[in-house]
Design a protein around this ligand. Structure first.
Ligand code: AKG
Ligand code: FE2
Length: 317
């Protein structure tokens, strides 16, 4: 059953205001990260025209025939590229999955090396240039939000800089074609938490995202022009559980096709993540074990999108 409570909405215009207004936004961000692990942001400063172009090139890609998209089909051992649930089958709560209703395109923008570049589609021709331009803007917004989160834990500017994990930017674009009325109401982007530091979801003004709150699914109705922000597993670990990485899932919309672009920022594979020494104390002992992020992400992908199992495996009793 879906609960009707709503995720917090935060107006970032206050960040440009006086000190009181800025402080109020920072409190709202910290509070939302601690309670919901999710919030929407308005007046975030990202050019709406660029958001529109990113959605446009993504849709143009998904509208291509399967034969064309297959050129960059995901291969075993590499999560990047195009996948269709009818090829990949289901993980997680597979019983609920109708096997032909979602497509994903996973690509890494930064670091922008040869391997990540080689996974991009050549069609539509402006796809890569547009997505890289969008990713650069997203990177700045990720930094802005992470700075607030870490400052609100009482860290110094130097400490904040050390854990400003935005060098790794990866996107998963999800395409949910329109469902026929006769289709059963099933979930198609499996319940999961995001493994990185922070996620910014562009959800195209179409409902379908659901978030777990107090054991129940809550629907998120994206506001026009907003981003939906959520805390990832790495930030929950670093903050020793103060910030919550919350389970969520993507559903198709009843009346419209649905496109979502999730931009994930996170540590580099070689970065060591663990509860920050600065916030640990006798009362606040480490609740997660430390590891290099590469190991975390490998363990995450071995499990597939399957609830919060990736994070649970790192919890100390
Ligand atoms: O499509 C959605 O609403 C959710 C997508 C998502 O959670 C993801 O790609 O990580
Ligand atoms: Fe997600």
């Amino acid at each position: 059953m879906v609960n009707q409570v709503e995720v917090p909405v935060i107006d970032f215009a206050g960040l440009e205001g006086d000190q009181e207004q800025r402080k109020s936004v920072c409190w709202q961000v910290a509070e939302a990260c601690q309670t919901w692990g999710f919030f929407q942001i308005m007046n975030h400063g990202i050019n709406p025209e660029l958001m529109k172009r990113a959605k446009q090139v993504s849709k143009e890609f998904f509208y291509l025939p399967d034969e064309e998209k297959t050129r960059i089909k995901v291969v075993p051992g590499n999560i990047r590229g195009w996948s269709h649930s009818k090829f990949t089958g289901a993980t997680g709560d597979s019983k609920l999955i109708k096997p032909d209703t979602v497509e994903h395109l996973v690509l890494t923008q930064f670091p922008d090396n040869e391997e990540s570049a080689s996974r991009y589609p050549l069609n539509p021709p402006f796809y890569r240039a547009t997505i890289l331009e969008y990713a650069r803007e997203m990177q700045t917004l990720h930094s802005k939000i992470l700075s607030i989160m870490w400052e609100m834990l009482g860290l110094s500017a130097e400490q904040v800089e050390k854990i400003m994990y935005v060098k790794n930017i990866t996107m998963r674009t999800n395409f949910y074609p329109l469902r026929k009325e006769s289709d059963p109401p099933v979930g198609v982007c499996h319940p999961h938490s995001d493994p990185g530091g922070l996620t910014l979801l562009l959800a195209d003004d179409v409902s379908g995202l659901q978030v777990k709150k107090d054991g129940r699914w809550v629907q998120v109705d994206p506001l026009p022009g907003a981003f939906i922000v959520n805390v990832g597993d790495a930030s929950e670990i670093i903050s020793n559980g103060t910030y919550k990485s919350v389970e969520h899932r993507g559903m198709p919309n009843q009346t419209q096709e649905r496109l979502t672009i999730a931009t994930f920022s996170g540590p580099l594979l070689e970065d060591e993540i663990g509860p920050l020494d600065e916030i640990l104390s006798v009362e606040n002992r480490p609740r997660y074990r430390s590891d290099i992020f590469g190991n975390y992400i490998r363990s995450f992908h071995r499990r597939g999108l399957d609830g919060k199992n990736g994070l649970d495996a790192y919890k100390l009793l």
